[in-house]
Design a protein around this ligand. Structure first.
Ligand SMILES: [Fe+2]
Ligand SMILES: [Fe+2]
Length: 531
């Protein structure tokens, strides 16, 4: 076995975990992670331990899909109880940090009335002392700015809370990722390594370049007894190889959701990587997988921080081949808008480039420009969101992800600056979840239900999207980022019917475009587009 070289199987999957919960950006940044531990993870686990049958029934109910319910039968109560008490002791300082954030909000509400805020510094809870600046906005509303980079250098950022699980994907059917912690299961290899561990890169390089068993065993720092499980992920069979793109024009390949690969023979750009797996008996034949990506990716661009757009599971598998990763800059210190640059740098990504609106990155044969992204964040002041205009071969492709056309005049300005768009990619998840679905754990006070429901995470509907198509004089429009692909259900919890609003609205867009002579299609699965 020692002399043989092995490839990693194409269906090897990595689950990135934080305290055994599926990881997303808010679980990396220390202050938001603290709020999620205290206000989400512990509460969900406690609720399951109290009434496991309620959880088991809720996950079976399609109307409750994506809700805060643990997807186990009642036989896992002891294990969840154990995880809960482990979290309470190992994360005691994080729970205190979450309490301190609440206390600071209470302090500001009761004592900062527009007069000098300086006297409040000694009253800041100890856990936050030295990590915040107290500020007013121009209407004298008090708040605080987190010194986020300092928090990453403190006990509040502990990479030993991160771990990964390796397993083999045998079907698209996976339990909803965000509300069920991972427990020990057969057929999985649990590795207590941080996301930045270089062994992760060595492992995923083996999808293309074989290595000996001892090489990868050492790279991952495997413990005795884990070898047999690692061996199940390896194969001597040579994987399929995709030839490098050498065409003269720009080639665009849709990989599912908001993930699109744009290539010329000189450069490659990949948006919001969410890559599906190739597994035996995958019968739809309608997907690109890891084997369809080039040897190196020059630029990965991330549109926003939502977990279906900045997805660690795919990013960790690609990290070794990503030359640059582009993210929108945050607003600087508000709890709800953590820095994506810090999230990625602290999880082992090199060459992270932050962009502001209208920033332009020169690339071989063109540029990547950051274009304003409005809405879809429940009216919170979140700056970590941008659309990208990729200019290559004299063509302009605009990737808008979940942008919502809240103010049509923005698109007049964009058109004035950049001119006509050759290909538009627009998300139309217009039936978005309420504010609390993603941001609920960050609030210190309960939110009125009516208020919550009025503030949604919605992308463009028919009228908004058609307006963008026309204002930007788009030659072609594709609806994407619908979360519709079967391999994404565990992330998006979306199962559309023909009556679902995003389907109805995007059908209307396709029809209206057809009437006016603009090419338009809703993407699903995979697609190659030449421009
Ligand atoms: Fe989103
Ligand atoms: Fe999305």
């Amino acid at each position: 076995m020692e002399d043989h070289k092995y490839y990693l199987k194409q269906n090897a999957q990595i689950d990135p975990l934080f305290n055994y919960w599926y990881a997303y950006p808010q679980l990396i940044s220390p202050a938001t992670a603290a709020m999620h531990i205290a206000n989400s993870h512990l509460k969900i686990m406690n609720s399951y331990v109290m009434s496991p049958d309620v959880h088991a029934a809720a996950v079976k109910n399609p109307a409750m899909r994506g809700g805060p319910f643990i997807d186990f039968q009642s036989n896992r109560v002891n294990e969840i109880r154990e995880l809960m008490s482990k979290t309470q002791s190992k994360q005691a300082h994080m729970i205190k940090l979450a309490e301190a954030i609440k206390s600071l909000n209470d302090l500001l509400a009761s004592e900062a009335k527009g007069y000098s805020i300086e006297a409040l510094y000694p009253k800041v809870p100890m856990e936050l002392r030295g990590y915040v600046e107290l500020v007013y906005d121009l209407n004298h509303n008090p708040s605080f700015r987190l010194l986020e980079s300092l928090l990453y250098k403190s006990e509040y950022y502990d990479p030993s809370s991160q771990s990964v699980i390796l397993s083999l994907v045998e079907s698209d059917d996976r339990p909803f990722a965000y509300s069920t912690p991972r427990l020990e299961e057969e057929g999985r290899l649990q590795l207590n390594i941080a996301f930045s561990h270089p062994g992760i890169d060595e492992l995923f390089k083996m999808r293309e370049v074989p290595q000996t068993f001892s090489y990868i065993k050492d790279a991952l720092g495997l413990k005795n007894g884990q070898e047999a499980m690692l061996a199940t992920f390896l194969t001597e069979a040579m994987p399929p190889k995709t030839p490098k793109y050498e065409g003269d024009s720009v080639r665009i390949r849709y990989f599912g959701h908001a993930c699109v690969l744009i290539e010329t023979k000189d450069v490659s750009v990949l948006t919001d990587p969410v890559i599906s797996y190739d597994y035996a008996n995958n019968d739809d034949g309608n997907r690109y997988t890891y084997a369809d990506l080039p040897e190196t990716i020059d630029y990965v661009v991330i549109t926003h921080s939502h977990a279906d757009h900045l997805m660690f599971e795919s990013l960790l598998q690609l990290r070794h081949k990503i030359k640059n990763i582009v993210v929108p800059r945050n607003g600087g210190g508000s709890l709800e808008d953590p820095s994506l640059k810090l999230v990625l740098q602290n999880t082992g990504f090199k060459n992270v480039i932050e962009v502001d609106e209208l920033d332009s990155i020169e690339i071989e044969g063109g540029s990547i420009d950051a274009v304003p992204f409005l809405g879809e964040h429940a009216d919170l002041n979140i700056r970590t969101k941008t659309a990208y205009l990729v200019r290559l071969g004299g063509k302009q492709a605009l990737f808008m992800a979940d942008s919502n056309n809240l103010e049509f005049m923005v698109y007049d300005h964009i058109h004035r600056l950049y001119g006509d768009i050759d290909v538009l990619f627009i998300g139309m998840e217009c039936d978005g979840a309420p504010l609390t679905w993603i941001y609920g754990s960050l609030f210190s006070r309960a939110i009125d239900r009516k208020m919550d429901r009025s503030r949604r995470l919605s992308g463009s509907d028919f009228e908004s999207a058609l307006d963008i198509v026309n204002r930007l004089n788009c030659k072609k429009a594709y609806v994407y980022a619908m979360g519709q692909e079967p391999w994404l259900c565990y992330l998006t919890s979306i199962k559309y019917t023909s009556e679902s609003r995003p389907i109805v609205e995007s059908d209307k867009l396709v029809e209206a475009c057809k009437q006016q002579g603009t090419f338009c299609e809703r993407l699903y699965g995979s697609k190659e587009i030449a421009i």
